[in-house]
Design a protein around this ligand. Structure first.
Ligand code: NAD
Ligand code: LMR
Length: 332
């Protein structure tokens, strides 16, 4: 029995993500939680003739039932950006939403794999980690910031320039999930030699600020939802496969996590980023407990090393902001 709970399931990401999770042959119970509309979304999805049972839960009074005993909790709950906003501008509202959902998960599903989509991911993941520490149930191998959309975009944008099948083009993207903290390692991509340095810098910028393209095009109606649902489902389904079969899916995923999840594997990365940055997106081999192994970053060229310095400075502030939101919270 694999129960997966989606928190924020009635939203722009939550609905298509739940639809994609409904396709999984590994999930037996899909539990949909939101503060609005989940009974309708659940009734609708429950007519699809795949194996999972679908339940809808609405409002805080039903959160325990929604989350209880889940093997995985996916969180796309919270507000999205409007043009002119940064992801950090969402902290004010989303930090409290993610904290409350993390408290429920720590109490009622402390072993769940946590997949955090809500922005600003660079800060919301440290929030979840701190909550789990406060409840003495913290296992850094089980808490992930979903940065898969950056990988999906990177392979799409780069393949448009160098040709080939976008889906099978692996472009590592490490660091964090906002602007300059998004660090594509294009020097490691086969075929990249075809591009001039100017093209590389342009496509790097496009990957870093791909989210803004969608926010601008949606013109006040939100941010990426469909591509995010696709990316979120790719990550969640890889993870579910690892939980059920003991092996990760077909792709190595880069994901934002506490490097304490595999101290030995993180050694090489710590040499690059220093020892006082705890959270970073890295390539990971997934296993039944979440992180099986952190994989090496590989070599960075001088352009990427410069990008890395900028990413580190911003990430430090983002991580501190998330952690102190919990450590200085008088209610916890
Ligand atoms: P949305 O407004 O369409 O949906 C959010 C849903 O969250 C709504 O249904 C809302 O009712 C629900 N919600 C609000 N408070 C809640 C609570 N306390 N408990 C449960 N549910 C609650 O927004 P969206 O477009 O789906 O985006 C959701 C979040 O995902 C945003 O923060 C956005 O920035 C982020 N996002 C992240 C990535 C990424 O790559 N990690 C990509 C796209 C969007
Ligand atoms: C994205 O990368 O599309 C998301 O983080 C949403 C956003 O605010 O850009």
């Amino acid at each position: 029995m694999v129960k997966v709970t989606v928190c924020g399931a009635a939203g722009g990401i939550g609905q298509p993500l739940s639809l994609l999770l409904k396709q999984s042959e590994y999930i037996t119970h899909l539990s949909l939680y939101d503060i609005v509309n989940t009974p309708g979304v659940a009734a609708d999805l429950s007519h699809i003739n795949t194996q999972s049972k679908v339940t809808g839960h609405v409002g805080a009074a039903q959160l325990e039932e929604a989350i209880k005993d889940s093997a995985m909790v996916v969180i796309p709950a919270g507000v999205p950006r409007k043009p002119g906003m940064t992801r950090d501008d969402l902290f004010k509202i989303n930090a409290g939403i993610v904290r409350d959902l993390a408290v429920a998960a720590a109490k009622f599903a402390p072993k769940a794999i946590m997949c955090i989509i809500s922005n600003p991911v660079n800060s919301t993941v440290p929030i979840v980690a701190e909550v789990f520490k406060q409840f003495n149930v913290y296992d850094p191998r089980r808490i992930f910031g979903v940065t898969t959309l950056d990988l999906v975009r990177a392979s799409r944008f780069v393949s448009e320039l160098i040709g080939g099948d976008a889906k099978s083009l692996y472009v590592p993207v490490v660091g964090g999930h906002s602007g300059v903290t998004i660090l594509p390692l294009l020097s490691q991509v086969k075929g990249i030699e075809q591009l001039s340095q100017e093209q590389i810098e342009k496509v790097t910028h496009r990957i870093q600020f791909g989210g803004d393209e969608v926010v601008k095009a949606k013109d006040g109606a939100g941010s990426a939802t469909l591509s995010m649902a696709y990316a979120g489902a790719r990550f969640a389904l890889n993870m579910i496969e690892a939980i059920v079969t003991g092996k990760g899916g077909h792709q190595i995923e880069c994901t934002y996590l506490d490097l304490a999840s595999d101290p030995e594997g993180a050694n090489q990365i710590k040499e690059w980023i220093g020892h006082d940055l705890d959270f970073f997106s890295v390539p990971v081999e997934l296993g039944p407990e979440g992180v099986k192994k952190i994989l090496p970053l590989g070599e960075l060229n001088s352009f990427e090393q410069k990008l890395l310095s900028a990413a580190i400075t911003e990430l430090k502030g983002n991580i501190m902001k998330g952690s102190t939101f919990i450590t200085e919270d008088p209610k916890l």
